[in-house]
Design a protein around this ligand. Structure first.
Ligand SMILES: Nc1ncnc2c1ncn2[C@@H]1O[C@H](COP(=O)(O)OP(=O)(O)OP(=O)(O)O)[C@@H](O)[C@H]1O
Length: 695
């Protein structure tokens, strides 16, 4: 260790001891403080404040901070060392913050500063603050032990360039079965997104591994910090493609000290709104249908049900139908309670269309019926005798029942069926996923959406697979267009339902409340893997921006032909080699679920402990997995073995290229591509220098 590094390490070591001692002391005092459960509101508030501090300190005891920035604000002569951590810690005595929360305005300097002599600045509530950065230091602290100190900028030294050394160190680490927070290495382009104002709909187009999911989760943590008076975690929601993906990302928010955010899939959310009036057809069948190969390959165009029913044209058609339905809602004819006692249709219509106009349809209906009943009571009160009243009431009630029967009675499902007419082919109220947005739309039209039911912020992950109708619907359920919508068109493998261009969503939002960002740097995979994956996209003349890898080099991509006979033993050898190079999570990715089942049987028989991941799975356990490519989206593994990359499986076809691209970019450190017979043309044309052929 050279002396400069050594003295930096010593300096930080003693600082850490100091900070740890203060945190321990504060936590001990708070832990001893009796919990308040009584009725006094002020005491309750104080207790909830203490609880928040307790939780923050508990996070800080493990890793109090990860960075230090020495900053001299212009106009002052003091260079202040600022320590930045996952949560802020106040110094009880000095009144100065001991550790600054990474979300605080001043902490943004740590992320936005990219070196150089010039003044740095950040936005504070008081306006723009400028000054000079003297030192930017990254630290790794694990369980209160200082493990690593890396200076990425030091004004006093000759080398003024900020290097990626610390980032590369982080990226080179192995992954377990959970996505992690990135607070210590958020990059400037990611930070800009994370700190975007609340009331904007952000669309983030990011190449595979650019940190979209991670950034969206950090944005939630930022919004909760920045707008803590106005928004609540319980009223924020994340939509993700499947339950297993939700399980995979479930660690990040607690690591950031954020709990209680709703996390769901669009289908689960919609079914819950509909109070399970309908159920969903088994998605396994649909997925196998859309991802079938050979003669069973489906025709995918704008007439595919997902595209058609997900379009804004379809929504407009449904809307027009609902408007008409509402116009014709009041039945023709008067209500005659008894001979000569008539409530005119015009009066009923007037109540419905004018007086209760501001209510949603079903509430108007309820109000009008209540009004008719009140009218009837008033008429009955005029009856000359109690007996007469009783008589009249009997017949009036029967007539009222008959009259009310003339009013339409529909649930969202029954009306939707009528709307579709002959095109409705539902068995046992089982619907496809593309029917859910129209059904919830009808429900919202019927009942309206209470403002208390609206989300403060909505995140849509893998949004390229959402339809414009789904996003427009969620727009109705989200206050102030506060959205983070993220995805990658190059990974749009569900072409039968997803979008082809972000403009399909853009038009749904007012221009002034809309923001579009592109992330092109890929942090997940090594350069070798990214170059190989990019070559697949290039072969189909993809117009999307290709991923730029960070400069992290690893093993070459390997391609091997393995015949069906003796396949298991060869694959076992590959797994062994991968393990000797410290790859912990390894995935076999195949094209269809059927292939996965066969492979699982073969490998299990050969003694390999391997878990099969199919659409119904809710958890991802790590270790060695086998999964179809469409389930692999959003996940990552230390090493990926792409199976059966044969001509028959992956043709020279945009959708197949996207599938392969998704498969390749799941790998962090190593990628092995296997074919049985003739290789897919998509990999066959890749320049030889981009991979190594295994014999
Ligand atoms: N600034 C960063 N510092 C360290 N690691 C990062 C950074 N940004 C992203 N990563 C890592 O890169 C990987 C990919 O991140 P993430 O899954 O969020 O990307 P994504 O864009 O959603 O990917 P995909 O579209 O392929 O699903 C993760 O392992 C994440 O921790």
């Amino acid at each position: 260790m050279d002396t400069q590094i050594q003295s930096a390490y010593q300096e930080e070591l003693s600082k850490l001891e100091q900070v740890n001692a203060i945190i321990d002391e504060q936590l001990e005092i708070l832990q001893k403080f009796p919990r308040y459960h009584g009725p006094d509101v002020t005491e309750q508030l104080l207790e909830s404040h203490r609880e928040v501090t307790r939780q923050s300190l508990a996070i800080a005891t493990v890793e109090p901070y990860f960075g230090r920035l020495d900053f001299q604000e212009s106009g002052t002569d003091q260079i202040k060392p600022l320590y930045i951590g996952k949560t802020g810690v106040q110094h009880d005595v000095a009144g100065e913050p001991l550790v600054i929360d990474w979300r605080a305005p001043i902490a943004s300097l740590f992320y936005s500063f990219t070196g150089g002599d010039d003044l740095a600045s950040y936005d504070s509530p008081e306006g723009l603050i400028e000054g000079l950065v003297y030192l930017k230091r990254n630290m790794v602290i694990r369980k209160t032990i200082l493990q690593r100190v890396v200076d990425t900028y030091n004004r006093a030294s000759d080398n003024l360039a900020v290097t990626d050394e610390f980032l590369l160190y982080r990226l080179g680490e192995n992954k377990d079965n959970r996505l992690r927070d990135i607070v210590s290495t958020i990059q400037a382009e990611q930070d800009q997104i994370i700190r975007s104002a609340k009331n904007t709909a952000l669309i983030i187009q990011g190449v595979a591994g650019s940190g979209k999911t991670t950034v969206a989760l950090h944005r939630l943590a930022f919004l909760l910090y920045q707008y803590r008076e106005n928004i609540k975690a319980e009223r924020m929601i994340i939509f993700a493609p499947n339950s297993m993906f939700l399980d995979y990302i479930s660690g990040v928010l607690p690591e950031l000290g954020v709990g209680n955010i709703q996390q769901t899939t669009f289908a689960d959310w919609a079914l819950q709104q509909l109070e399970h009036e309908v159920s969903l057809k088994d998605s396994t069948d649909a997925l196998e249908y859309w991802f079938a190969v050979g003669p069973k390959r489906p025709q995918i165009d704008d007439l595919a049900p997902g595209r058609a029913k997900g379009s804004i044209q379809f929504k407009n058609k449904l809307h027009a139908y609902l408007v008409k339905y509402e116009e014709q809602f009041v039945p023709s004819g008067n209500y005659e309670a008894w001979s000569g006692c008539v409530l005119q249709e015009t009066m009923i219509r007037d109540w419905f269309s004018t007086e209760y106009k501001h209510y949603p349809l079903m509430k108007r209906y309820d109000r009008v019926v209540a009004r008719i009943k009140r009218w009837l009571e008033m008429q009955l009160d005029r009856a000359p005798s109690a007996n007469m009243r009783k008589e009249l009431k009997k017949s009036a009630s029967a007539k009222l029942r008959a009259y009310l029967k003339k009013w339409p009675v529909h649930t969202p499902f029954t009306l939707y069926k009528e709307f579709l007419g002959d095109a409705a082919t539902f068995k046992k109220k089982q619907v496809d996923v593309e029917d859910l947005a129209p059904l919830v739309y009808i429900l919202a039209y019927f009942n309206g959406i209470e403002s208390s039911d609206k989300f403060d912020h909505t995140v849509i992950d893998e949004a390229q697979d959402f339809s414009p109708f789904q996003v427009a619907l969620l727009g109705q359920y989200t206050s102030n267009q506060s959205f983070t919508i993220l995805g990658d068109l190059s990974q749009g493998i569900h072409a039968y339902q997803g979008i082809h261009h972000w403009d399909e969503f853009r038009v749904l939002f007012p221009e002034e409340q809309f923001g579009y960002y592109e992330l092109t740097r890929s942090y997940r995979s090594t350069m070798e893997i990214i170059h190989y994956a990019n070559a697949i996209l290039a072969s189909i003349g993809s117009s999307t921006t290709l991923a730029v890898p960070v400069f992290r080099s690893g093993e070459p991509v390997k391609v091997a032909q393995i015949a069906a006979v003796d396949r298991a033993s060869k694959l076992l050898q590959i797994v062994d080699q991968l393990r000797t190079r410290d790859n912990d999570t390894i995935a076999f990715i195949a094209r269809t679920a059927k292939e996965c089942l066969t492979l699982h049987a073969e490998l299990s028989k050969a003694g390999l402990e391997v878990s099969l991941i199919l659409p119904k799975n809710k958890q991802y356990a790590g270790g060695i997995s086998i999964l179809p490519i469409y389930m692999a989206k959003g996940l990552e593994f230390d090493a990926v073995i792409l199976m059966n990359v044969d001509q028959a499986n992956y043709e020279q076809h945009t959708n197949d290229a996207k599938l392969l691209y998704v498969g390749c970019t799941r790998a962090l450190h190593e990628l092995i591509v296997i074919h049985q017979d003739t290789p897919s043309p998509l990999i066959d044309q890749i320049p030889r220098e981009l991979y190594q052929q295994l014999s």
